[in-house]
Design a protein around this ligand. Structure first.
Ligand SMILES: Cc1cc2nc3c(=O)[nH]c(=O)nc-3n(C[C@H](O)[C@H](O)[C@H](O)COP(=O)(O)OP(=O)(O)OC[C@H]3O[C@@H](n4cnc5c(N)ncnc54)[C@H](O)[C@@H]3O)c2cc1C
Ligand code: HEM
Length: 468
């Protein structure tokens, strides 16, 4: 089979929001006057219609639809918007215990089974379609797309496959939609991506592709996009798409770890334990995640602990090239590894390598809130030399009687084993930050020693898998 055969994919004009998708404005579009942020040059003028926003398909029963942002008023949220999970939507267990799948989800899953063995080809074809049909979109992406290439498609397919898991999915997609503002993504880009996605799927799942399947994908993609578009529009009312941040100090702690401190060009609200995405001037449009190494400070400065990984683009730039005066770009804060100040339970914190950075921020946060609650930090590294921030942590321990810091040096970095030797931990909330393997082992070990999963917080492991 040659090029995609779906009429809609081929006929589409995408750029004007035509084709299959019924445009509608975001639930709450950008308005003039209220923005505290710099105008986004690529955004449509305030008040102007936002082409390409979709109406969720009318044929879908209400309970199968993901509501737009307006269905979840911000005052009903129990966590700050930025603190919501960015983890990809669904774990394997959740998927297994899913309610009976909707007809659309069944058709989507049938397509997935077809394309999974040829996912690489689908990805290549999807991007080839996107960039040949919409060359203007190429400039939004990094020059080299090696490590990240499959992330959009993966997220799309994961989201589509789990379209029935409304609440987790909506929270994930809203966050994704907000995060897409820094790429310059506009509502009218969504139909283009959708049509190329369906073009690629119809080609590689041709054995099962029919009108019904295509209709299911259109509905699913439309729903996903609408949540992202609405979340971005809502975010535009209160935050810039990105922040410029000037490096004000650069402290090389070891041959491959630097503490980089920056001053954002406007206030940057975040919570201790969260992370941001960061772009350096040396690799335009290449974004990587870094955790804030301090709780919010009165002077508004932000610090990051960065380890240069072998042949790593952004980390090497930050550790070996960045100097005071260089200007970086930051995306919005994100991540759910934040302190619950409504309880007095203890905090059991595991930080491996530069994973100690957000743990230090959590300790500062507890100290600032002034409520005495036990905080036990296990700081893991492969060698003494890698415990680059132990002095800071021991100083904090000296100032705060409720804090215990235990360095764990082990070539195999068996941090969870060390935790087992102490305890009991049943009155504690657990926080983990570090390499993906450490987080996975750590979660298992903590569950084994009786800490319920709901009380274990960590950065997104899937994110770590894809970006590390
Ligand atoms: C939520 C989150 C928070 C993070 N916080 C921090 C932080 O505070 N400090 C920090 O230094 N990093 C942090 N990271 C990792 C960071 O986002 C980058 O992945 C890392 O800096 C490598 O990016 P790069 O562009 O230099 O490497 P890339 O160009 O992405 O990778 C180059 C090569 O190095 C490999 N590689 C990537 N990461 C690692 C690694 N960790 N060890 C060994 N090889 C690797 C890749 O597989 C690839 O082959 C965090 C990641 C996530 C998901
Ligand atoms: C439903 C639709 C979409 C989904 C699910 C999706 C998902 C993703 C995901 C998961 C990433 C990885 C990084 C991150 O988390 O931000 C990403 C990156 C990106 N997306 Fe999207 N996306 C969608 C639509 C779009 C559209 C319409 C555009 C505009 C053309 C776009 C442009 C980009 C760009 C430029 C990147 C960065 C790529 C890179 O770093 O290599 N996305 N997207």
């Amino acid at each position: 089979m040659d090029a995609p055969t779906t009429t809609s994919a081929d006929d589409s004009t995408s750029g004007d929001g035509g084709g299959w998708f019924t445009p509608r404005k975001p639930s709450r579009g950008p308005e003039d006057g209220e923005q505290q942020h710099r105008p986004d040059a690529s955004a449509p003028p305030a008040g102007e219609a936002l082409p390409g926003a979709f109406t969720p398909p009318p044929a879908e029963p209400e309970d199968r639809r993901i509501p737009g942002t307006s269905a979840v008023p911000s005052e009903q949220r129990t966590v700050p918007p930025q603190a919501q999970s960015t983890a990809p939507p669904i774990s394997a267990q959740q998927a297994q215990s899913a309610r009976k799948a909707s007809p659309d989800a069944l058709l989507v899953q049938r397509t997935m089974a077809e394309i999974t063995p040829v996912a690489d080809k689908v990805t290549s074809y999807f991007y080839a379609l996107l960039f040949t049909r919409h060359p203007e979109l190429r400039a939004l992406f990094p020059v080299a797309m090696d490590t990240q290439r499959d992330r959009i498609l993966k997220a799309l397919l994961t989201a589509a496959e789990h379209i029935d898991h409304t609440d987790v999915l909506v929270s994930y997609l809203k966050n994704l939609g907000r995060g897409h503002r820094k790429y310059g993504t506009q509502p009218e880009h969504y139909p283009a991506v959708g049509e190329c996605l369906i073009g690629a799927l119809s080609r590689y799942a041709s054995a099962v592709w029919d009108e019904e399947t295509e209709a299911a994908w259109v509905r699913t993609y439309t729903t996903i996009s609408q949540v992202m578009i609405d979340a971005a529009a809502e975010d535009e009312l209160r935050a810039p798409a990105w922040w410029f941040a000037e490096v004000v100090s650069h402290d090389l702690r070891t041959s491959d770890i630097a503490v980089v401190t920056v001053r954002p060009d406007q206030p940057y609200p975040f919570l201790a334990g969260q992370y941001t995405s960061l772009e350096t001037p040396w690799w335009p449009r290449v974004w990587r995640h870094y955790s804030f190494a301090s709780a919010p400070r009165p002077d508004g400065l932000l610090s990051f602990h960065v380890r240069a990984v072998p042949a790593g683009w952004v980390s090497n730039a930050l550790v070996h090239h960045a100097r005071p005066g260089d200007v970086l770009r930051l995306g919005p804060p994100t991540g759910s590894m934040t302190v619950d100040h409504t309880t007095d339970s203890g905090l059991l914190c595991l930080g491996g390598g530069t994973g100690i950075a957000p743990i230090k921020a959590l300790v500062e946060d507890v100290a600032e809130h002034g409520r005495r609650r036990p905080v036990e930090v296990f700081y893991g590294a492969r060698t003494d030399h890698d415990l680059y921030d132990i002095d800071t942590m021991l100083r904090l321990q000296q100032s705060h009687p409720w804090l215990a810091v235990r360095p764990v040096v082990d070539q195999r970095a068996q941090l969870p084993d060390a935790v087992r030797e102490y305890g009991p931990w049943n009155e504690y909330d657990a926080y983990l930050s570090g390499p993906p393997g450490m987080i996975r082992n750590g979660v298992d070990a903590l569950r084994d020693i009786g800490i319920p999963e709901g009380r274990i917080r960590h950065d997104s492991v899937e994110e770590l898998v894809t970006s590390d």
